[in-house]
Design a protein around this ligand. Sequence first.
Ligand code: PSU
Ligand code: MN
Length: 316
Amino acid sequence: MHNSGRNYLEVHRDVRDALDEGRAVVALESTIICHGMPYPRNVDTAKRVESIVRANGAVPATIAILDGQLKVGLEDSEIEYLGRNSRQVTKASRRDLPIIVSRRGNGATTVAATMTVATMAGIRVMATGGIGGVHRGVEQSMDVSADLDALSRTNIAVVCAGIKSVLDIGRTLECLETAGVPVLGYRTDTVPAFYSSSSGFPVDYRMDEAHAIAAALRCKFDLGINGAILVTNPVPDEHALNGKEIDQLIDEAITEMNKLGITGKATTPFLLARIAERTNGRSLDTNIELVLNNAKLAANIALEYSRLVTRDNEFH
Ligand code: PSU
Ligand code: MN
């Protein structure tokens, strides 16, 4: 990285050691902590996600900006701080990074920003709940998440539970195709819809094993093809919500949002909170379960990826 003496990146010791030794690391986003879930379940979830990554043989690296440092790997006390003080923490997408850093501020990183910082540190796999995409009503608003642009240019695998139907799923998939981002289905033929296990849209490729995903990732990087691989992982059946029912609630929440004049980066947090309210917290339970499920798969992929890289290094 170019810098003028200031070290912007602060990689946690455990993460640094793992990367130096070629062990598996999984990056985790922090917008979900500050702007995706209420306190204290956000903090509890963030810690559980880290435990699941560890239990599956990888080192977690939750990413956020604290006092202007790009942190890769947080202490529990830092997760607690972010979760408790989310109002003072900016939702940080890729464009926000230099501003928050130069002002020495605090930021919770979206998928786009997390991918960007993770790759600066050399991490190749990250987990999230859902990615941002093309919003419904894009014809009027032109609201397309910067996550899609970051996916087109950042070399990392992003494990998510598919595309939420607050977004225009079909158009989001079209954008991903244009961006050159392969959409893989882990043990599924159709793209999951976040709260429910299928949107009905076909995935580009179904893959049933983490090592196959790791091999595709390795191959993409070997070939010098920049950009992400999107791994979609359906929420387990026992935690899924009924797709039709949730779509109805989402429609109502979007109508309300438009009436209130909420736009831009405030839309996703508003919709998530409203849907949680309307489902009496069931959507939050589902959200938590799917994130945990994604963290496990991301750890499996990271482990297989580290094995592949180690094996290649031994042969050459
Ligand atoms: N989807 C969720 N929860 C979230 C987000 C998406 O279910 O917290 C967050 C992610 O961090 C994602 C961001 O990267 O919202 C996208 O925001 P925007 O559409 O403003 O780019
Ligand atoms: Mn947007």
